[in-house]
Design a protein around this ligand. Structure first.
Ligand code: NAI
Length: 338
């Protein structure tokens, strides 16, 4: 098959070529979004990552396109309806990093609870003193897990290892899981009112857009902390800004930000003929959060370990082979679901 591969690191080329020896692969440095002029009437596969949107206009540049293989779990960056209309299949990597992302959520939580970033900055600046850097224990605290799928389950197990009380909310509660892991499902408002730490592990889709928003943020227990390693737009950014200002949230740790793709290309926002006012507002709010002393922001990093990347590549290569053999795997349906 004729494949265009984007956003890979240099070592990936040899790794992928060795495992797909019969395919015609073009490797491109950087994201798909960088190649706005690229067209190819013969290309059958686009292999991409999350930082580039692929809508109908992008697919139209590759009239023979059959498959988009995204090297991610989330697929909210791809217009599934357009893909379906064009007969293009979309495959993802559903399971590469449940422990990986859960570990990162805990890394963020511990960085918040023990002021690790502040402490390191202070020592680097030449002051070796613990004064004013008191943290709080995780043991005995209540963690509210929103989304008890692959990643959420690992977060539950880790939280219990820390002696935390676990409560959860999911659109599809799993009674067996709740029994086996001894945690309780609540409604979203109940969870927001009871959790000392709220951590998000739902996919992004129309049902989870602004799941945490200006209306329900006021139900959050005063002084709680928010962790987001899911997708930026699961949270209404302005609601977090307000919650930090009025003391509802004591802090937050965010691996993902709403409009994070625009943060990478801010100059473009300024030169666009009709910049979207909502997007510009969100980017400004993102900057407020990035500069806030009680917020930790990381650049969509939770998936990024050596082991997880290898699992991503192996599954993606297998996805392409299976599709080519006529028995596709890990296909995303046209309906992004709840
Ligand atoms: P999963 O599909 O196994 O679990 C998602 C859970 O969310 C399911 O239990 C589902 O029932 C629940 N859910 C779906 N819609 C809901 C709604 N409207 N309200 C409440 N619950 C709902 O997904 P997994 O593997 O746990 O991943 C979760 C998300 O984490 C991914 O979709 C992706 O966006 C994000 N992610 C982020 C990474 C990063 O690097 N920051 C890396 C990998 C995933």
């Amino acid at each position: 098959m004729k494949i265009h591969y984007f956003s890979g690191e240099p070592w990936e080329e040899a790794y992928v070529r060795e495992r797909l020896p019969n395919d015609d692969i073009s490797f491109h440095e950087g994201p798909f979004s960088k190649y706005t002029d690229l067209t190819d009437p013969a290309a059958e596969v686009l292999c991409t990552f999350i930082e580039s949107r692929i809508d109908d206009a992008e697919m139209a540049r590759f009239p023979a396109l059959k498959l988009i293989a995204t090297r991610s779990t989330g697929f909210d960056h791809i217009d599934l309806a357009a893909a379906k209309a064009r007969g293009v299949s979309v495959v993802t990597v559903p399971f590469y990093g449940e422990n990986t992302v859960a570990e990162f959520a805990f890394a963020l939580l511990l960085a918040l609870s023990r002021r690790i970033i502040d402490a390191d900055e202070r020592v680097r600046a030449g002051t070796f003193s613990p004064i004013g850097l008191r943290g709080f224990d995780l043991a005995g605290k209540t963690i509210g897990i929103i989304g008890t799928g692959h990643i959420g389950v690992h977060v539950i197990r880790m939280a219990q290892g820390f002696g935390m009380k676990v409560i959860a909310f999911d659109a599809y509660p799993n009674a067996d899981l709740s029994h086996a892991l001894d945690f309780k499902y609540l409604t979203l408002p109940e969870l927001l009112g009871a959790a000392d730490i709220i951590t998000l592990h739902v996919p992004y889709n129309p049902h989870t857009h602004h799941l945490i928003n200006t209306e329900n943020v006021v139900s959050i227990k005063k002084g709680a902390y928010l962790i987001n390693t899911a997708r930026g737009a699961v949270v209404e950014t302005g609601a977090v800004v307000d919650a930090l200002k009025n003391g509802i949230l004591a802090g937050a740790a965010l691996d993902v930000l709403e409009e994070e793709d625009k943060l990478k290309e801010e100059a473009m926002l300024l030169t666009m003929p009709h910049p979207n006012a909502d997007a510009v507002k969100t980017v400004l709010e993102d900057h407020y959060l990035i500069n806030h002393p009680r917020v930790i922001v990381t650049p969509h990093l939770a998936f990024n370990t050596t082991e997880a990347i290898e699992r991503i590549l192996d599954t993606t290569i297998d996805n392409i082979k299976q599709f080519s053999a006529g028995s596709p795997k890990n296909v995303v349906s046209g309906d992004t679901g709840a």
